[in-house]
Design a protein around this ligand. Sequence first.
Ligand code: HEM
Length: 305
Amino acid sequence: MNHTVKPASLAPAEAPAGHTPYSDWLQTELLHSLQHPVSAHPGEHAWIVSAQVSELYWMLIIREIQAAQAQLRADDLAGACRTLRRVVAHHEPLNATWRSIAWMTPVDLLAILSCVGPKYGKDTALQGWTFRQMVYLLGIKQGEHLQHFLPQPHRWQQLSKALAEPSLYDDVLAHLSRQGFAVPAPALDRDFSMPYTPDQAVEKVWRDVYADPDQHRELQQLGETLADIAEGFCAWKHLHLMATRRTFGARPAYFGTEGIAWLLPTMNEIPFPELWSARGFIGDAPAVCPHARGQQGGREMGRRD
Ligand code: HEM
């Protein structure tokens, strides 16, 4: 696609009354009317802005992933990689938002949260649809989270659709299959709303993609970009967990159980599973490598064949 700006499209237009072209384009009047603190705490504005910026980035990542999926479906691998590099880039400022609220102690957080409930009711970030849609697109499909959106039928519908549709990883596997790799049928033709089950044969596909540094270079670049995306996502989750430890400790959270106990198991939800597990046997170990000894029987999944 040609993105060159044509001079004719630069013809001057009038901004609406009360706006400059800048405020009209970027909707700054609307944007700065969206923060409504409920407490008297001077840091609540930072909390709201930080959460709102995260919301914007999650939506941005959703749009990018959907664009990459369309490119993969058209077997435009170079285009998909370029789009996914932007997802890697967006994770940097998204993860940096935690710095804005790193000053919080439990006293600060509770001063704010104690005013949220009386005004808005019992809230949890699990009620945020952008994060959940992004997670579904990354291939972590857990239908139980839909329950939070029953009061928001249009978002419930949107997320139900996202749950039932192929994730980014599903589209990557379909692309690999069309390129002649032996992706097994159950990994391709399945109920996409169900959690993905890792498969030894898919591990072997990734091993083959990486086996020779000079072969399948573009696919290796895709694999490394996916690894960067998974790292960015997991880094966010780690920062969130640490912020929770720092401000909330072992208090019971939304479900009545300790917030940290609820969050900890989710740290093992790492996108693109075989891309990671295959690394245990990508490349040939030196014949005398002491670490290679005795490994054959110890692997959970694939083995060399
Ligand atoms: C620093 C104070 C924070 C604490 C103590 C905290 C605590 C928690 C807890 C306990 C959960 C588990 C579900 C629940 O019980 O509600 C959770 C989930 C979540 N929180 Fe926070 N949170 C904090 C800040 C934030 C911020 C600033 C965001 C960004 C908007 C955020 C986004 C999320 C998301 C997306 C989940 C779902 C995680 C998942 O499903 O893996 N949290 N949080």
